[in-house]
Design a protein around this ligand. Structure first.
Ligand SMILES: [Zn+2]
Ligand SMILES: [Zn+2]
Length: 119
């Protein structure tokens, strides 16, 4: 009867918003109850099984113990991947994004304020 209850829940979820908030892995569709861990990102979830699969495809890069947090992307970065100007600490990735922004900014374009991401 598990098949029926699944259908019943799916049907009910169309009318009851709270039932729709079942957290599922965005990669495999497993529900939170069926996995050991579920990691939430911005509008995306990844279960521990999919993490393990991804980790076999790409070497996991952990922030070192002495990592610094970039003021722009808020990510922990190795000390040789960050620099400071004044009291602003920023990382090589954000410098790269800024480089692209500044390269597309003409000196006479007026207000050259750009956001790395929409506020
Ligand atoms: Zn998954
Ligand atoms: Zn950064």
């Amino acid at each position: 009867m598990g098949r029926f209850s699944r259908l019943a829940r799916w049907t009910a979820a169309r009318f009851v918003p709270a039932l729709r908030q079942t957290v599922r892995c965005s990669a495999c569709g497993r529900e939170k109850a069926g996995v050991v861990h579920m990691v939430a990102g911005p509008g995306v979830y990844l279960c521990n099984y999919c993490f393990e699969q991804a980790a076999t495809q790409l070497a996991v890069r952990r922030p070192p113990p002495n990592a610094k947090r970039c003021r722009f992307c808020r990510q922990l970065r190795a000390t040789d991947e960050v620099t400071t100007v004044g009291n602003v600490l920023l990382c090589a990735d954000c410098l790269g994004v800024m480089d692209v922004i500044l390269a597309g900014t003409k000196p006479d374009a007026g207000d050259a304020t750009s956001a790395l991401r929409p506020e």
